[in-house]
Write a protein that binds this ligand. Structure first.
Ligand code: 4AD
Ligand code: MG
Length: 498
């Protein structure tokens, strides 16, 4: 058996492919079967003259997603998907599929989510999962090369890490246990044993946020480093992101093309230094005239684009009636694209006034919302690192800025193009008594944190770390508008199945 992504090693040889029928087309004495095998797509040409009547007929019964083996000669063809075709000499039908529910026509996203177990086979979904895998492996490579070891934090926990309101509670032999929101506190203990560690695991948040950025179950990568201050933490976050993006650009260019991802901004993120701004400067920027002007300009641009494509829509609809069959298909495709773009523009036009108001009225001391992040990042080409947030909006374990006690030595990395926060982190409070009083201030029970306080009793050192959200990173690199397409089986508000 040969895999489709290996065909370049088998030019002019006879090989057997095993896979599923992605698409079929038939002509006189010919069947064109697009076969997918999980590694790629290959056009298989089945000619009556080459295979004989019986096999030819059997091939004709193959509907979408039927499974089959195809044997034939590998022929280079630059116009063909994947660059090679198979000139088939034998076909073995494994199973003829029922009528497949996902057809090339447009489906609503709810329908596709209900059929997620099948939707995963579609080309764009396939490409996104391929990119996800490359990101995961790149993360491991980066940290291992940098001398980190992977250590796993528990998933059942006896206490909260990020605040008590977003915990999933479970029954642990008549005791309350919570699904972990973050491996960080355990990461700190592990860093005191091994110096530099990272966790890579699932995390759970019960917040009732129904947004394009929130899952209830997501994967987080959390490095934790002894003897690192906030600046070293930021250096590490930037180096890690650059390595991930560079790897994806190098190894997954075909997949990014399938996803129609414009890679210009990803290339910039690799080449240029990330801007670092303090929270206070970010607030000033948000409230500035420049930002207001930018939003006005954006509104004007959207309005004029809307007018342009609406008149294009009128034109091609008129043309449709008398168009030839091939042109009709082209027009149908374009109409679909225009509808999607119109939806997007109308959403922007609804949002912009809200964003403008929220930016202008922003109060120092609040946390940034999704729209504030979008506006901030619109002004930069690369990710932005915002540091030194008001301590009040951040977690109890963050160290305060020695220069200003109101500020926490926190760091968020905001991705451009509206993707927003992908990393949250900080330098940690390393003084026993200070941490103890923070736990009190936050109304947290000291007894469940006594082990965490021990880390400040026995060889306390300055240390830092951060958490990278895997799904938000996949969404950004793939250019996907919603995290539901970045994980095989998303769990979010209102979605537990399949
Ligand atoms: O900012 P967060 O809450 O930080 C922590 O959990 C820290 N304990 C991390 C640390 O310092 N070790 O979450 C970190 C990242 C966010 O920036 C975001 O990318 C992702 O996790 N994230 C989510 N992703 C999807 N759905 C959600 N509901 C998410 N909540 C956070
Ligand atoms: Mg955060």
């Amino acid at each position: 058996m040969t895999y489709i992504n290996q065909l370049s090693n088998h030019e002019n040889e006879t090989v057997t492919l095993k896979g599923w029928v992605y698409n079929t087309r038939s002509g006189k004495g010919l069947h064109f079967i697009e076969l997918r095998d999980g590694t790629g797509l290959c056009q298989c040409i089945v000619a009556l003259d080459d295979v004989g009547e019986e096999i030819f007929e059997a091939t004709g019964t193959l509907k979408q997603e039927s499974s089959a083996e195809m044997t034939g000669k590998v022929v280079k063809d630059d116009r063909s998907v994947g660059g090679y075709e198979l000139h088939v000499t034998d076909v073995n039908v494994i199973q003829v599929a029922d009528n497949y529910p996902i057809t090339p026509k447009e489906h609503g996203v709810e329908f596709l989510m209900e059929n997620r177990h099948l939707w995963l086979r579609s080309r764009r979904q396939w490409a996104a999962m391929q990119v996800r895998n490359t990101i995961q492996f790149a993360i491991h490579r980066f940290f291992q090369q940098e001398g980190f070891i992977q250590m796993d934090a528990p998933i059942f926990t006896g206490n909260a890490a990020e605040g008590t309101t977003t915990l999933f509670e479970t029954d642990y032999f008549d005791e309350k246990a919570y699904l972990t929101q973050s491996g960080q506190l355990y990461g700190e203990a592990m860093a005191m044993a091994h110096g530099k560690i990272y966790t890579f695991g699932p995390t759970f948040r019960a917040e009732k946020s129904k947004t394009r950025r929130h899952l209830t179950e997501f994967w987080m990568i959390e490095p934790e480093m002894a003897f690192y201050d906030l600046d070293m933490n930021m250096d590490l976050a930037e180096a890690m992101l650059k390595f991930i993006i560079k790897t994806v650009l190098e190894e997954k260019s075909d997949e990014l093309e399938i996803l129609e991802r414009n890679t210009a901004s990803l290339k910039k993120a690799v080449e240029e230094t990330f801007k670092r701004i303090s929270y206070s400067d970010a607030v000033d920027q948000l409230k500035s005239d420049k930002t207001a002007a930018l939003l006005d300009r954006m509104e004007e641009e959207r309005k004029s684009e809307l007018a342009t494509i609406k008149s294009e829509l009128e034109e091609i609809k008129k043309e449709h009636g008398s168009a030839k069959k091939w042109r009709k298909a082209q027009i149908d495709q374009r109409i679909k694209e225009i509808h999607a773009r119109v939806d997007q523009i109308q959403e922007d036009l609804r949002n912009i006034p809200v964003w403008k108001k929220s930016a202008a009225n922003f109060q120092w001391g609040s946390d940034f919302g999704g729209s504030d992040e979008t506006i901030l990042t619109m002004q930069y080409d690369t990710p932005v690192m915002v540091h030194r947030y008001p301590a009040e909006v951040k977690a109890f374990y963050m160290k305060r800025d020695p220069e200003n006690d109101k500020l926490a030595l926190a760091l968020d990395v905001l991705a451009p193009e509206g993707y927003g926060e992908i990393i949250g982190g900080s330098q940690r409070e390393d003084d026993l008594e200070t941490l103890r009083s923070r736990i009190k201030e936050h109304d947290l029970p000291e007894d469940v944190f006594s082990w965490f306080l021990d880390l400040r009793r026995f060889g306390s050192v300055p240390h830092s770390g951060f958490g990278l959200g895997l799904e938000r990173t996949v969404a950004w690199l793939c250019g996907l508008s919603h995290v539901r397409e970045t994980i095989p089986f998303p769990r979010m508000l209102g979605r537990l199945r399949p």
